[in-house]
Write a protein that binds this ligand. Structure first.
Ligand code: NAD
Length: 340
């Protein structure tokens, strides 16, 4: 990196851009351009953050005139592939919002462009940069509950979005479950091998497509991950992160309602009907930056030191593959392999 401060362009100035500008500015990143098909949205963000930068709806000319070190792709999923591939071919590294793409073919094209150009492409999965989640990951890796065999996540909420999600075919799996599917990979370090998924649209649903699903994933460490989710569940909502139970050979980790996670494990291996249990502390997180700032910090570290971000595209495509394998399983009404 030649410049003292890295230079970026931001593509897409909609809702989520409000979570990206503060960390970009705090880190001293030079925002050289804001690109949006809706120029007014781009101008509004420039005004909001007092940025005297190029504001345009023309991505190619912005890339040519600013030669950024990296691009931040905050466009909707359908635009991710075209935007990211254009940026990579212009010589910029890319950090893009989740989900990586609207389908696996597009995602493969993006991974191919990263390989061809030798530029980094990473995806921001903001829930990875969360101190509770980081602490759970460290605790499981420490062997605190022994070998993990069973992971369960329940996600039940009743949001009335009233927009495109109400019309989607598979709103829960396509738009939300990517967070939980990526999280199970992050927490356990295991990758998906197969899935059996049943999607449905429960009575009283206000969505056109299937807003609920039950999935079972077989993971590479031999563990089984079960996921029950609904976006049309009124009453006793879970958190957006979901309620988690991880069962290992020596104990259980419980994480619900975004409360501090807890670990209970066997205290003594004697012959009691139920073994005596003890609560143990979790391994603390040392995460400095959270959410989008955490993702950005990994891009900046890559620029400075060449350290590969955890959600580099070759890794992250596996989380996306869980989504599309689940949809396929539901369609064929049977288990399918998870392939990238
Ligand atoms: N990590 C999270 O928790 C989280 C939360 C919300 C959204 N997101 C993700 O962020 C992305 C954007 O979501 P949003 O809510 O900001 O959407 P949005 O619709 O509010 O904004 C998207 C913007 O991109 C612009 N745009 C569309 N196509 C473009 C193109 N080809 N070139 C340039 N600009 C283009 C639109 O005009 C719009 O201003 C999505 O992938 C979404 O899934 C992530």
């Amino acid at each position: 990196m030649e410049r003292a401060n890295p230079r970026c362009i931001v593509v897409g100035a909609g809702g989520i851009a409000g979570a990206w500008f503060p960390p970009l500015l705090e880190e001293g990143v030079e925002v050289a351009a804001i690109v949006d098909l809706n120029s007014e949205a781009a101008s509004a963000r420039a005004r909001e953050y007092g940025l005297d930068c190029l504001v345009t709806d023309d991505l190619d000319s912005a890339l040519r005139s600013t030669a950024p070190d990296f691009a931040v792709d905050l466009t909707p999923p359908e635009a991710h592939a075209d935007v990211t591939v254009a940026c990579l071919h212009a010589g910029a590294h890319v950090i893009g919002e989740k989900p990586m793409a609207a389908n696996l073919d597009q995602a493969r094209r993006m991974v191919g462009a990263s390989e061809q150009t030798g530029r980094l492409f990473m995806v921001s999965q903001s829930r990875r940069w969360d101190r509770k989640h980081d602490s759970i990951r460290r605790t499981l890796a420490s062997g605190a509950i022994g070998k993990v065999g069973t992971v369960a996540c329940d996600f039940f909420l009743g949001p009335h979005f009233g927009g495109f999600r109400d019309q989607m075919e598979s709103p829960l799996i396509l738009d939300m479950a990517i967070h939980h599917f990526d999280l199970v990979r992050f927490l356990t370090g295991a990758d998906p091998e197969w899935v059996f998924c049943h999607e449905h649209n429960p009575a009283g649903s206000w969505y056109r497509g299937d807003a609920a699903a039950v999935c079972v994933f077989g993971m590479s460490d031999g563990s089984v991950f079960s996921y029950r989710g609904s976006w049309c569940a009124e009453g006793f909502p879970t958190s957006w992160n979901g309620d988690w139970r991880v069962v290992g050979s020596r104990g259980t980790l419980l994480y619900a309602s975004d409360q501090e996670p807890r670990v209970q494990r066997v205290a003594r291996e004697d012959d009691g009907f139920h073994r005596p249990l003890e609560e143990v502390e979790l391994v603390p997180s040392s995460l400095e930056k959270t959410g989008m700032h955490g993702a950005l910090a990994e891009m900046l570290r890559f620029l400075r030191e060449g350290v590969r971000p955890q959600t580099e595209c070759h890794d992250n495509i596996q989380s996306l593959a869980m989504v599309f394998a689940a949809l396929e399983s539901s369609k064929v009404d049977g288990p399918v392999r998870v392939r990238v």
